[in-house]
Design a protein around this ligand. Sequence first.
Ligand code: GLA
Length: 379
Amino acid sequence: MIINRPPMGWNSWNTFGNDINEKLIFEIADAMVSSGLRDCGYEYIVIDDCWQKKTRNEQGLLEADPEKFPHGMKYVADYIHSKGLKFGMYSCCGAYTCAEFPGSYGHEYADAATFAEWEIDFLKYDYCFRDNNIPSEIHYRKMGLALANCGRDILFSACNFGVNHTENWIKTTGAHMWRSTADIFDCWGSIRNIVEHQFELLTTNYRGCFNDMDMLVVGMDGNGNVARDKRLSFEEYKLHFSAWALFGSPLMIGCDIRNMSEETKAILMNKEVLAVSQDLACNQVALHKHPPYDQFLAWRLLDGGDIAVGVFNMGDEPSINFSGWMLPQEFGWTPESNTRLLLRDLWDGSEKYLDNDIIMECELPPHSCRMFRVSLVKK
Ligand code: GLA
């Protein structure tokens, strides 16, 4: 199974944690369709931890908690599939999951067979209560091989927080995406840590095995399982989404999509930003840091020849001028191309030509960004 674009969908953990059940998941599936999210490309509905019974059954198999999922998981899969969506579930490489439900350690092949029988399409595979005598990669190779032989196409989403230099071995496991960070929270410090951690991982994101910066907190607005005292602002959510799209991370929504504000919809359904995220070329991101300040500019060549550019102010300084940061020659542009560079702002739709050698002049408030699509236009 080959995954060509960063996966997009929804995951229950960020907002609902343990508070999940069949009715909620069906309502989420309905909202995915009625809100227009499905038509924007969000396709997976993933039930995270806490769906299981506390013990395996007499045959040693995993079972769903009958109070939360009274009709079992195949029934949930059928409903999600009937909406034109795909169904994801969760397990863990240790003896227990992170929330202390039964994990798949020692049961990898049986569990892969169970998941295939339930007709799931995605498995998130966590890293708690593992056997420390076994290297991380063996834990992931076991489930990777079990899934690859289970008779069904199941996207394998590894979640070991990037420890033990995951980037060096994850592609040996058959994983289609891998978490490179600790857990996300709905607060600025968390977004900043995750984004800045990516600077050393720019050469490690590949089509087919995507670097997962964790589920989105856009639209949580201070509510839910990973909420913190000081929620992100609208501008911070825009920065968060822009960074995830530009860096090529999977986009798994974490808010309650049954009740999205207009602002949340405007972010999650910005088709021009989504087009950058889903660009098939999956080229490497180039980075300009601006020491000693907290600003950076990142860009990526897109399929078809345009260039996606993001300018980010991670700092607390009230106003920063980015003028003169970068010359178009750094993209590979030269005057002999007989073109002008047209900059389109992907958040406000404004356009302007670059008539001099300066890539952009823009002032950014603290914790905000601008995102552009640059095109070479014939003179
Ligand atoms: C870990 C993962 C989270 C979530 C929880 C569930 O912390 O990183 O994304 O899956 O486990 O217990």
